[in-house]
Structure formats: C-alpha cells, structure tokens
Design a binder for this molecule. Structure first.
Ligand code: PTJ
Length: 261
C-alpha cells in the first residue's frame, strides 16, 4: 500500500486498519470515492475485525484459484471502482502489467463524468496508458441490469471471458454469470450476493489480496503447467471456502481487557 501522511502512531494495535481508513478518506476528499463508499468500507472493516485483520487459509486457497483462473483466461478485465482506486490503484496496475493479456476498466455504481476522470487519472499516475470505460460515448449495456454498472466498454467487460470485480454490489456478478463469464471477487462479506455468486470469492481485505495475487501469479508463472492450473481450478470449491471463512469469523475470540493491552 502506498504510504500516506498519517495521524496514527506506529505502535497502535490496529495501525494498518486505521491507515487504510485514512487512505479511503483521502480518496473521498480527492473525489475518487463516493459518499456511499465510506459506508461500504465500514461494513468491510467489521468483517475484517472478525478475521483478525489478516489473510486466512481459506482466503489463500481462493487467491490460488483466482491466480490460476487469471492465467488461463484469454481476455481478463480488472474492473475498478472508487474504493478500489483509492486503496490499491498502483497494485491493480502492477497486476495488469503482470497478466499481459488483461485490461483495466473503470466501472462505477455512482457514475459521474468527474469521478470517471479522477479515477482514470489516478490509474494514469500509476503508469497505466490504456484505460477502458471512460471518455467514450461508445459504452454498451449489459442485459438485465438497471444500475450504472450496466455500462461497459465494448473492448473490455463486454467481450471479457473473466472479470475481476472487487468490492461490488451483487447485481452485476449475477448479470455477468448469465453472460457466461467467469467472475472473481474480493469481498470481506462471505454472505454477500457477490460472494455467493462469483466463481472465486476472496474473503479478505483488498489491500492484502492484490499483492498476494501478484506473488501467487509470479510463482505459478515460473512453476506450474497449464494442466496444473486447470487442476487447481477444478478442485476449488467456492461454497466450501465461504463456509470456512464464516466459521473463522464465528469462532473469533473475545479478548479480555488485559489481553487488549
Ligand atoms: O465507486 P462506486 O460508485 O462504484 O461505488 C462503490 C461502492 C463500494 C460504494 C459500491 O460498489 C457499493 O455500494 O458496494 P456494496 O454493495 O456496499 O458492497 C461492497 C462490499 O465490499 C461489501 O460487502 C463490503 O463488506 C466489502 N468491502 C468493503 N471494503 C472492503 C471490502 N472487501 C474487501 N476489502 C475492502 N477493503
């Protein structure tokens, strides 16, 4: 995560969580994040708290399956919204660079021209040259979807075989599945419609997920055959992984006052 100027002392027990919160607020002040994005982040934080704010074993399984799916895809698209841009624009660009066949598309629920442009600029600052979904009157609509998320780029999500949709509302994942696309999501809520509908749902904080995805893809790039990647995908069970994530949250231990110190 790109360092920011922070009020949080380094030795605070929840330093990282509070720094992520400040990053999101900064993204809001810069116009990237919607008002509603702050609320969505609060919901995510509460699930992250129950996970102990770390990447769990089931999340690592999902990251492994997601890496294999990315590497097997012909036209993967990374969909970026305001929260994702504020939290990990640089890492999304790195992931895109690593994948080579992929594209990055801005897709917003609370779509305004201004936010589109600000998010595209943020991605450009990270070195991305081609950004889909912005500055074109040429967007198409995906069927059976009423929200602004229906507007997609004909060179991107419309023709993608795999779409990465972190921090989403559920409707689009359902619509993308009906279009026979594979969907990978990152969602701290294992009960969300997005999580239960996607092919691979990574129940973890996006700021931890994208760097881990990059490492995992680099590893498979050097060590795994196409057949091995296909084996990872076919043995992956998303429902099982979601149940395991929920079990970890349920068994989350209450700390006593002395343990908190
Ligand atoms: O930028 P826009 O206009 O496209 O709007 C983006 C938001 C996030 C406001 C919009 O997509 C939305 O309302 O999303 P939801 O329906 O609140 O879903 C967001 C999901 O992401 C929730 O289930 C949260 O728990 C989860 N979430 C929030 N922050 C994180 C997260 N998951 C992983 N990492 C996070 N940092």
């Amino acid at each position: 995560m790109t360092p920011i100027k922070t009020f949080v002392p380094k030795n605070h027990p929840r330093y990282f969580s509070l720094v992520i919160r400040e990053k999101l607020v900064e993204g809001f002040k810069n116009g990237l994040v919607a008002h509603e994005g702050l609320i969505a982040h609060g919901r995510g934080e509460s699930f992250d708290y129950l996970l102990g704010e770390k990447t769990t074993e089931p999340a690592l399984k999902s990251i492994d399956a997601a890496s294999a799916l990315f590497m097997l895809a012909d036209r993967p698209v990374l969909s970026v919204n305001g929260n994702t841009a504020a939290l990990c624009a640089k890492e999304i660009c790195e992931l895109n660079y690593l994948l080579k066949k992929s594209a990055v598309e801005v897709n917003l629920f609370y779509r305004t021209k201004k936010r589109e442009e600000l998010i595209a600029n943020e991605l450009r600052k990270c070195g991305l040259k081609k950004i889909l979904g912005v500055g074109t009157g040429n967007l198409r609509e995906i069927p059976e979807l009423e929200s602004n998320r229906r507007k997609v780029d004909p060179e991107g999500i419309l023709i993608a075989d795999l779409v990465f949709v972190p921090l989403e509302d559920g409707d689009r994942t359902i619509a993308l599945k009906k279009m026979n696309k594979k969907v990978i999501t990152v969602d701290l809520n294992p009960l969300s419609r997005t999580s239960v509908t996607a092919d691979v749902s990574i129940v973890d904080n996006i700021v931890r997920v994208v760097p881990q995805l990059i490492k995992c893809i680099e590893y498979h790039g050097k060590n795994s055959t196409k057949k091995e990647l296909q084996g990872i995908v076919s043995s992956y069970n998303n429902d099982e992984v979601l149940r395991e994530g929920l079990d970890i949250m349920r068994s989350s231990k209450m700390l006593t006052a002395s343990e908190h110190k």
